[in-house]
Design a binder for this molecule. Structure first.
Ligand code: PMP
Length: 361
């Protein structure tokens, strides 16, 4: 059976070798006589899986020792509440940058728990750029600054890490985690839904500096308390066992087949360049994002004619390039080209786009 090139924004394509390995271990994981889906999360065989997933993530991302890695559920959306419940604890104030739909949702959720200020927003230009801020723009009494590092829907990415001094910087990395090296020591906390670059849906990863744990508001539900999960090594309750196992396989792929995050970045930058270069030279397709704020993971483009966009998506799907329709809130097209999209997927997409352009000139 032929596999399609899947440009879905998430859940998204996974490395084929990872899927093949998972398939080969499906009925009998490592001589245990069981699938990973079936085993107790408290069994020694599973314990080895979750531990090695964590230690691989620490190695691959170069996570400092004074950070905890938590394997949670509830998606990145649960972090929109968990972050303020645990971190808005001194002045009950927080600063947020609004650079798209998910950062707006995060801000709206935080407003339930304290005083929220929007430091900067790119809504004025339909979220096609990332505002520049400096430390002087921040409220010195804010308990943290929240940003969404890569904006999945609009195809933008922060080209810089905001300087916050002693104020913790919190970042939603859902759609760019593991795509390139990132200096975790610059952040107080980062989180990501795993379903783009890490694993199938179901797992949410939180990386949090130890001193930020344990100061949650009294109303914080037990399951929303970072301390509960940190104290129990992400085993307070049943973790998303199978997604964690898949995350381990993905990390092995990054380490052994790709060669780490520097190499991953080179590969991703080259892939994105092929697509952006084509779009920039095209007379039909265009990308509306400020060039220096373009995402390497989510590439948005339009023809300027909604009917032609629709025709493009339909014919692309028939040719084996699926899930290219832009988010319902922005229209047009979006190619999500996460880590697992092979370079030849982009080359073939570009060839298809060139043919479409010639046929529809
Ligand atoms: N943040 C970003 C940047 C996202 O792309 C998404 C999902 N597409 C979310 C948050 C929401 O994640 P979840 O569906 O895991 O709650």
């Amino acid at each position: 059976m032929a596999r399609v090139y899947n440009f879905s924004a998430g859940p998204s394509t996974l490395p084929e070798s990872v899927l093949a390995k998972a398939a080969s271990e499906m009925l009998d994981y490592n001589g245990s006589g069981q699938s990973v889906m079936e085993m107790s999360h408290r069994s020694p065989v599973y314990d080895e899986i979750i531990r090695s997933c964590q230690s691989l993530l620490r190695q691959v991302m170069n996570i400092p020792d004074n950070y905890k890695v938590l394997f949670l559920q509830g998606g990145a959306s649960s972090q929109f509440a968990m972050v303020p419940l645990n971190l808005m604890n001194k002045n009950h104030k927080a600063d947020y940058m609004v650079t798209g739909q998910f950062s707006k949702k995060a801000k709206d959720e935080a407003e339930r728990y304290g005083e929220v200020r929007v430091v900067a927003s790119s809504k004025d230009k339909n979220f096609t750029y990332i505002p520049k801020i400096t430390k002087a723009d921040l409220d010195p009494n804010a308990d943290y600054l929240h940003i969404c590092f890569n904006n999945t829907i609009f195809g933008t990415k922060f080209p810089y890490i905001p300087e916050t001094g002693d104020m913790p910087l919190v970042a939603d990395l859902s759609s760019c985690i593991l795509s390139e090296p990132i200096d975790i020591s610059k952040f107080g906390l980062v989180y990501a839904g795993a379903q783009k670059n890490m694993a199938p849906a179901g797992l949410t990863v939180v990386i949090v500096r130890e001193d930020l744990i344990g100061n949650q508001m009294d109303v914080t539900p037990t399951m929303f308390n970072y301390k509960v999960h940190a104290d129990n090594d992400s085993m307070y309750n049943t973790p998303p066992c199978y997604s964690i196992y898949m995350c381990k396989l993905v990390l092995e792929w990054i380490q052994n087949e790709i060669g780490g995050l520097e190499k991953m970045k080179e590969r991703n930058a080259a892939k994105a360049k092929v697509l952006y270069d084509f779009i920039d030279s095209s007379k039909l397709f265009q990308n509306n994002v400020n060039p220096e704020d373009r995402s390497m993971m989510n590439v948005t483009f339009v023809t300027g004619d909604a009917d032609l966009d629709k025709k493009f998506c339909k014919e692309a799907a028939e040719a084996g390039f699926v899930n290219l329709k832009g988010h319902r809130s922005v229209g047009g097209m979006r190619a999500s080209i996460y880590n697992a999209m092979p370079p030849e997927g982009i080359d073939k997409l570009v060839a298809f786009m060139a043919k479409f352009e010639a046929d529809n000139a």
